[in-house]
Write a protein that binds this ligand. Structure first.
Ligand SMILES: [Zn+2]
Length: 248
Protein backbone atom coordinates (compact mmCIF):
# COMPACT_ATOMS: atom_id res chain seq x y z
CA UNK A 1 0.00 0.00 0.00
CA UNK A 2 1.30 3.42 -0.90
CA UNK A 3 -0.07 6.93 -0.52
CA UNK A 4 0.85 8.89 -3.65
CA UNK A 5 2.20 12.36 -2.95
CA UNK A 6 4.13 12.96 -6.15
CA UNK A 7 1.64 13.61 -8.99
CA UNK A 8 2.54 13.04 -12.64
CA UNK A 9 3.00 15.94 -15.06
CA UNK A 10 0.35 14.54 -17.37
CA UNK A 11 -2.40 11.95 -17.40
CA UNK A 12 -4.75 10.43 -19.98
CA UNK A 13 -8.07 9.18 -18.61
CA UNK A 14 -9.47 6.43 -20.85
CA UNK A 15 -13.13 6.10 -19.95
CA UNK A 16 -16.11 4.28 -21.47
CA UNK A 17 -19.17 6.46 -20.75
CA UNK A 18 -19.85 10.05 -19.72
CA UNK A 19 -19.76 10.17 -15.88
CA UNK A 20 -17.50 7.12 -15.31
CA UNK A 21 -14.26 9.11 -15.05
CA UNK A 22 -15.68 11.61 -12.57
CA UNK A 23 -16.88 8.77 -10.35
CA UNK A 24 -13.61 6.88 -10.71
CA UNK A 25 -10.94 9.53 -10.35
CA UNK A 26 -12.73 12.91 -10.23
CA UNK A 27 -11.27 14.05 -6.93
CA UNK A 28 -7.75 13.03 -7.92
CA UNK A 29 -8.06 14.91 -11.22
CA UNK A 30 -9.30 18.00 -9.35
CA UNK A 31 -6.49 17.85 -6.80
CA UNK A 32 -3.63 17.27 -9.22
CA UNK A 33 -4.81 19.87 -11.72
CA UNK A 34 -5.25 22.48 -9.01
CA UNK A 35 -2.23 21.78 -6.84
CA UNK A 36 0.46 20.77 -9.32
CA UNK A 37 -0.87 21.72 -12.72
CA UNK A 38 -1.04 18.15 -14.00
CA UNK A 39 -2.25 18.22 -17.61
CA UNK A 40 -5.25 15.90 -17.81
CA UNK A 41 -6.92 14.78 -21.04
CA UNK A 42 -10.08 12.65 -21.02
CA UNK A 43 -10.56 10.10 -23.80
CA UNK A 44 -14.30 9.35 -23.99
CA UNK A 45 -14.74 6.06 -25.82
CA UNK A 46 -18.52 5.85 -26.34
CA UNK A 47 -21.26 8.41 -26.75
CA UNK A 48 -23.38 6.88 -23.99
CA UNK A 49 -26.43 6.85 -26.24
CA UNK A 50 -28.18 3.96 -24.46
CA UNK A 51 -27.98 5.35 -20.94
CA UNK A 52 -31.60 6.22 -20.31
CA UNK A 53 -34.82 4.61 -19.16
CA UNK A 54 -36.79 7.27 -21.05
CA UNK A 55 -38.36 5.59 -24.08
CA UNK A 56 -39.15 8.92 -25.67
CA UNK A 57 -35.49 9.93 -25.81
CA UNK A 58 -33.75 8.96 -29.05
CA UNK A 59 -30.17 7.67 -28.90
CA UNK A 60 -29.03 10.54 -31.14
CA UNK A 61 -30.52 13.17 -28.87
CA UNK A 62 -29.09 11.51 -25.78
CA UNK A 63 -25.60 11.29 -27.31
CA UNK A 64 -25.63 15.03 -27.97
CA UNK A 65 -26.81 15.84 -24.46
CA UNK A 66 -24.23 13.58 -22.84
CA UNK A 67 -21.36 14.98 -24.87
CA UNK A 68 -22.17 18.46 -23.61
CA UNK A 69 -22.57 17.14 -20.05
CA UNK A 70 -19.13 15.56 -20.30
CA UNK A 71 -17.60 18.79 -21.54
CA UNK A 72 -19.17 20.64 -18.61
CA UNK A 73 -18.06 18.04 -16.06
CA UNK A 74 -14.49 17.97 -17.35
CA UNK A 75 -14.33 21.78 -17.48
CA UNK A 76 -15.42 21.97 -13.84
CA UNK A 77 -12.38 19.89 -12.88
CA UNK A 78 -9.97 21.87 -15.06
CA UNK A 79 -9.38 19.12 -17.62
CA UNK A 80 -7.36 20.39 -20.57
CA UNK A 81 -9.17 18.54 -23.34
CA UNK A 82 -11.83 15.89 -23.94
CA UNK A 83 -11.46 13.65 -26.98
CA UNK A 84 -14.64 11.87 -28.14
CA UNK A 85 -14.37 8.60 -30.06
CA UNK A 86 -18.20 8.39 -30.23
CA UNK A 87 -18.60 4.63 -30.43
CA UNK A 88 -22.22 3.70 -29.78
CA UNK A 89 -22.85 2.69 -26.17
CA UNK A 90 -22.36 -1.04 -25.62
CA UNK A 91 -20.38 -1.68 -28.79
CA UNK A 92 -16.74 -1.40 -27.68
CA UNK A 93 -14.70 -4.32 -28.94
CA UNK A 94 -11.13 -5.26 -28.33
CA UNK A 95 -10.24 -4.90 -32.00
CA UNK A 96 -7.58 -3.25 -34.14
CA UNK A 97 -9.61 -0.13 -34.82
CA UNK A 98 -10.25 0.69 -31.15
CA UNK A 99 -6.69 -0.19 -30.12
CA UNK A 100 -5.38 2.10 -32.85
CA UNK A 101 -7.59 4.96 -31.67
CA UNK A 102 -6.31 4.69 -28.11
CA UNK A 103 -2.72 4.34 -29.30
CA UNK A 104 -3.15 7.53 -31.34
CA UNK A 105 -4.27 9.53 -28.29
CA UNK A 106 -1.41 8.14 -26.18
CA UNK A 107 1.03 9.24 -28.88
CA UNK A 108 -0.65 12.65 -29.27
CA UNK A 109 -0.85 13.52 -25.58
CA UNK A 110 2.19 11.58 -24.29
CA UNK A 111 0.89 11.01 -20.76
CA UNK A 112 3.09 9.90 -17.90
CA UNK A 113 0.11 8.13 -16.34
CA UNK A 114 -2.96 6.41 -17.74
CA UNK A 115 -6.18 6.12 -15.76
CA UNK A 116 -8.66 3.43 -16.80
CA UNK A 117 -11.14 0.98 -15.33
CA UNK A 118 -9.83 -2.29 -13.90
CA UNK A 119 -11.05 -4.82 -16.49
CA UNK A 120 -10.22 -7.84 -14.34
CA UNK A 121 -12.72 -7.88 -11.50
CA UNK A 122 -13.59 -11.29 -10.10
CA UNK A 123 -16.37 -10.74 -7.60
CA UNK A 124 -18.30 -7.88 -9.14
CA UNK A 125 -19.37 -7.95 -12.74
CA UNK A 126 -19.12 -4.74 -14.69
CA UNK A 127 -20.40 -3.29 -17.97
CA UNK A 128 -18.88 -4.80 -21.09
CA UNK A 129 -17.69 -1.36 -22.28
CA UNK A 130 -15.89 -0.96 -18.94
CA UNK A 131 -13.98 -4.20 -19.45
CA UNK A 132 -13.21 -3.45 -23.10
CA UNK A 133 -12.01 0.11 -22.47
CA UNK A 134 -9.82 -0.97 -19.54
CA UNK A 135 -8.23 -3.84 -21.39
CA UNK A 136 -7.65 -1.89 -24.59
CA UNK A 137 -6.17 1.05 -22.67
CA UNK A 138 -3.67 -1.24 -20.94
CA UNK A 139 -2.76 -3.08 -24.13
CA UNK A 140 -2.45 0.14 -26.14
CA UNK A 141 -0.06 1.55 -23.57
CA UNK A 142 1.92 -1.60 -22.84
CA UNK A 143 2.07 -3.42 -26.17
CA UNK A 144 1.60 -0.90 -28.95
CA UNK A 145 2.07 2.83 -28.40
CA UNK A 146 5.85 2.70 -27.87
CA UNK A 147 6.66 0.64 -30.96
CA UNK A 148 7.60 2.16 -34.29
CA UNK A 149 6.20 -0.92 -35.98
CA UNK A 150 2.68 -0.83 -34.58
CA UNK A 151 0.28 1.51 -36.39
CA UNK A 152 3.25 2.94 -38.36
CA UNK A 153 0.88 5.05 -40.48
CA UNK A 154 0.33 7.25 -37.41
CA UNK A 155 4.04 8.06 -37.55
CA UNK A 156 4.47 8.41 -41.29
CA UNK A 157 1.19 10.15 -42.12
CA UNK A 158 0.18 11.93 -38.92
CA UNK A 159 3.56 13.02 -37.61
CA UNK A 160 3.19 11.23 -34.27
CA UNK A 161 6.01 9.64 -32.31
CA UNK A 162 6.01 6.46 -30.21
CA UNK A 163 5.36 6.93 -26.52
CA UNK A 164 5.60 4.77 -23.42
CA UNK A 165 3.54 5.78 -20.41
CA UNK A 166 5.20 4.99 -17.10
CA UNK A 167 2.24 3.43 -15.34
CA UNK A 168 -1.51 3.00 -15.15
CA UNK A 169 -3.90 3.54 -12.24
CA UNK A 170 -7.05 1.42 -12.43
CA UNK A 171 -10.25 2.54 -10.79
CA UNK A 172 -13.22 0.35 -9.92
CA UNK A 173 -10.73 -2.21 -8.70
CA UNK A 174 -11.18 -4.88 -6.03
CA UNK A 175 -7.54 -4.60 -5.13
CA UNK A 176 -6.44 -0.99 -4.66
CA UNK A 177 -2.80 -0.57 -3.68
CA UNK A 178 -2.21 3.15 -4.22
CA UNK A 179 -4.23 5.92 -2.61
CA UNK A 180 -4.58 9.65 -3.10
CA UNK A 181 -5.66 11.82 -0.18
CA UNK A 182 -8.61 13.73 -1.63
CA UNK A 183 -9.65 15.61 1.49
CA UNK A 184 -10.94 19.00 0.35
CA UNK A 185 -11.88 17.82 -3.15
CA UNK A 186 -15.09 15.91 -2.50
CA UNK A 187 -17.32 18.86 -3.34
CA UNK A 188 -15.59 19.24 -6.71
CA UNK A 189 -16.05 15.54 -7.41
CA UNK A 190 -19.74 15.65 -6.47
CA UNK A 191 -20.20 18.82 -8.51
CA UNK A 192 -18.55 17.27 -11.57
CA UNK A 193 -20.97 14.34 -11.31
CA UNK A 194 -23.88 16.77 -11.05
CA UNK A 195 -23.05 18.06 -14.52
CA UNK A 196 -24.23 14.70 -15.88
CA UNK A 197 -27.81 15.86 -15.47
CA UNK A 198 -29.33 13.12 -17.66
CA UNK A 199 -27.79 10.43 -15.41
CA UNK A 200 -28.21 11.96 -11.98
CA UNK A 201 -31.94 12.45 -11.58
CA UNK A 202 -32.34 9.96 -8.75
CA UNK A 203 -30.32 11.90 -6.18
CA UNK A 204 -30.18 15.49 -5.02
CA UNK A 205 -26.80 17.27 -5.01
CA UNK A 206 -26.71 16.85 -1.21
CA UNK A 207 -27.30 13.11 -1.48
CA UNK A 208 -24.60 12.93 -4.15
CA UNK A 209 -22.08 14.64 -1.91
CA UNK A 210 -22.97 12.27 0.93
CA UNK A 211 -22.41 9.32 -1.37
CA UNK A 212 -19.06 10.69 -2.52
CA UNK A 213 -18.09 11.24 1.13
CA UNK A 214 -19.01 7.73 2.24
CA UNK A 215 -17.26 6.13 -0.76
CA UNK A 216 -14.11 8.19 -0.20
CA UNK A 217 -14.16 7.40 3.52
CA UNK A 218 -14.34 3.67 2.74
CA UNK A 219 -11.30 3.95 0.46
CA UNK A 220 -9.58 6.19 3.00
CA UNK A 221 -9.87 3.56 5.73
CA UNK A 222 -7.55 1.28 3.75
CA UNK A 223 -4.82 3.93 3.88
CA UNK A 224 -5.52 5.55 7.27
CA UNK A 225 -6.78 8.69 5.53
CA UNK A 226 -10.06 10.48 6.14
CA UNK A 227 -10.92 10.47 2.43
CA UNK A 228 -9.15 8.80 -0.48
CA UNK A 229 -9.47 7.50 -4.01
CA UNK A 230 -7.82 4.12 -4.41
CA UNK A 231 -6.41 2.49 -7.54
CA UNK A 232 -4.58 -0.63 -8.62
CA UNK A 233 -1.23 0.37 -10.05
CA UNK A 234 0.41 -1.30 -13.03
CA UNK A 235 3.92 -0.28 -13.90
CA UNK A 236 4.85 -0.56 -17.57
CA UNK A 237 8.28 -2.06 -17.21
CA UNK A 238 9.52 -3.44 -20.50
CA UNK A 239 12.57 -5.06 -18.97
CA UNK A 240 15.65 -5.10 -21.15
CA UNK A 241 14.21 -2.85 -23.86
CA UNK A 242 15.76 0.57 -23.56
CA UNK A 243 12.62 2.65 -23.95
CA UNK A 244 13.92 5.74 -22.18
CA UNK A 245 14.85 7.16 -25.57
CA UNK A 246 11.16 7.38 -26.26
CA UNK A 247 10.76 10.28 -23.85
CA UNK A 248 11.53 13.42 -25.74
ZN1 LIG B 1 -20.08 3.29 -17.64
Amino acid sequence: MEIITDPPRSALVVTPHPDDAEGGCGATMAKWIKETGTEVVVLMCTNGDKGTSDREMSPGELAEIREQEQRNASASLGVKDVVFLRHPDGTLEDNRQFRGEVVREIRRHRPELIFCIDPYRIKNHTHRDHRMSGQVALDAAYSYAWSYHHFPEQLTQEGLQPHMAKEAYLWGTEDADVFIDVTGYLEMKADSLSHHVSQMRRRSPEQRLERVESGSARQGEKAALAYAEGFRRIRFDLGSLDWRFLYS
